[in-house]
Design a protein around this ligand. Structure first.
Ligand code: FES
Ligand SMILES: [Fe+2]
Length: 466
């Protein structure tokens, strides 16, 4: 299988790695050991309510899924409401270093107990005032004389909860294997890039009129750069993006690495030097750094290494962080991982994002995209407060949030496509009922569907056996 397309100005990623001025991390040296093979992916899995119900039962009710970061709920009693389809959990800091995931449903007559991000030393139902402590234990039942059946068993039921590197995960399945198994290669690949030593600088929850998989899929490949992000193509290696799937046991984690500071190999009239200059210009504006000065780009051979050298110092200064040991690749490139169903951490200082994709209610044509920018904690030991969540409704653009800087227009380009993809899939031609995927560049989409199908098959097998 052909693995990418290159040009003289923009070689394949292996050649770019070989040019790096600094040693590469184990993550960047790692090579794929798995290739997804699922070929027939019907359009209707993106909008069929029956399929969404199967996902709810087989995926969201039985998988380790990312909820939020520890810094979102810094004090005891702080809570984050996690809604996925019709499931809802209150993820609460129940002690200084203790977290619980409690069902967000009153044990009296079912009322939803919490919304959004909130705080307090008890969880109180707004209907008749039943109360639970932050550990989920029942605390006060008004008119208790009329409820002789209510005793200590009426603690709010819990999902499994585990943490990794400042990220909180839950699994409603009490019999699930530990989170470690679902993380696959992530602990190994992120060993040098500790997500625990970072904090949320910006976070936004955006409603989208498209299925959660439609949105995920739009972030799993760089094939759409040439058309959708045409203005980034002069400094983005789309066709020479590297795609990897890593299998450990039964777990597969996927990744893409999109080289930056080189032009798209399809743009024959943009030189390597111009690609690097374009990248430097695009960095101005990241982290609201509009007053940064561009590097001296006069040398004929100005290239990736020069942009990385400049950005190491400039970004390090902005963040109060020594970045002198960070490779060119991790200073510049888009290195994005996927742990399905909903966790998308990025590696590297180039663009340290974290993605989360969620169904929205029970409408398979809508979803929620939560995206964060994670900055490294400063070297002086201060722990900045986490950013508040900003919310964007269906028609509100990322460019309405200043903190997203240079990333906002890129997200907005993606957001414009998504409802069209969703609508068009529903109007599919019976002669072509399946997606047509690029074998190399769209393998991570095939992997996403393999993951979901495997979950559904596993649940079905268990149900048949019972
Ligand atoms: S429904 Fe919650 S107290 Fe009545
Ligand atoms: Fe995109």
């Amino acid at each position: 299988m052909r693995k990418g397309y290159d040009s003289g100005a923009s070689p394949l990623y292996g050649a770019l790695k070989a040019q790096d001025a600094l040693p590469l991390s184990a993550a960047l040296k790692a090579e794929a050991n798995y290739q997804p093979t699922l070929d027939e992916i019907p359009f209707n899995v993106y909008f069929d309510p029956d399929y969404a119900a199967r996902e709810q039962a087989a995926v969201w009710s039985r998988c380790w899924q990312f909820v939020c970061r520890e810094e979102d709920i810094p004090d005891v009693g702080d809570r984050y409401t996690y809604d996925v389809g019709d499931l809802s959990y209150i993820v609460i800091r129940s002690g200084a270093e203790e977290f619980k995931a409690l069902r967000n449903s009153c044990l009296h007559r079912g009322t939803r107990l919490c919304n959004g991000i909130s705080a307090g030393d008890e969880i109180k139902c707004p209907f008749h005032g039943w109360r639970w402590g932050v550990d989920g234990a029942v605390k006060r039942i008004p008119g208790k004389w009329d409820f002789p059946q209510v005793d200590a068993r009426y603690a709010l039921p819990q999902a499994r909860l585990e943490r990794w590197e400042g990220c909180i995960f839950i699994n409603p399945d009490q019999d699930a294997t530990p989170l470690k198994e679902a993380l696959g290669v992530l602990p190994e690949h992120f060993a040098h890039f500790s997500l625990a030593h970072r904090y949320t600088l910006v976070k936004t929850a955006k409603k989208i009129r498209a299925n959660w998989k439609t949105v995920w899929a739009a972030f799993l490949e760089a094939y759409h750069v040439e058309e959708t992000h045409w203005d980034a193509a002069p400094f983005t290696g789309d066709a020479n993006t590297q795609y990897d799937c890593f299998r450990t046991g039964a777990t597969v984690i996927s990744r893409l690495i999109t080289p930056q500071a080189v032009p798209s190999p399809y743009l024959k009239d943009v030189s390597a030097r111009q690609g690097a200059i374009n990248m430097a210009k695009s960095f101005i504006g990241a982290f609201a750094a509009a007053d940064l000065e561009l590097p001296d780009t006069s040398a004929d051979n100005f290239g990736r290494t020069d942009v990385a050298a400049w950005w190491r110092v400039a970004l390090g200064g902005l963040l109060g962080k020594d970045l002198s040991g960070v490779s060119d690749c991790e200073m510049l490139d888009s290195i994005q991982y996927a742990m399905f169903p909903n966790f998308g951490p990025w590696l590297g200082e180039g663009l340290p994002l974290m993605y989360q994709f969620l169904p929205l209610g029970d409408n398979p044509n809508e979803s929620l995209f939560v995206v964060r920018l994670l900055a490294p904690l400063p070297d002086d030991g201060t722990i900045p407060p986490a950013a508040p969540m900003t919310y964007l409704d269906f028609d509100e653009p990322f460019s309405s949030i200043e903190a997203w800087g240079r990333v906002a227009p890129v997200f907005d380009q993606d957001m414009e496509n998504l409802p069209l993809v969703q609508q068009g899939m529903r109007a599919f031609s019976p002669e072509f009922p399946n997606l047509t995927l690029g074998r190399y560049q769209e393998q991570r989409i095939a992997h996403m569907h393999e993951f979901i199908e495997a979950q559904i098959a596993q649940l079905t097998a268990q149900q048949v056996a019972q």
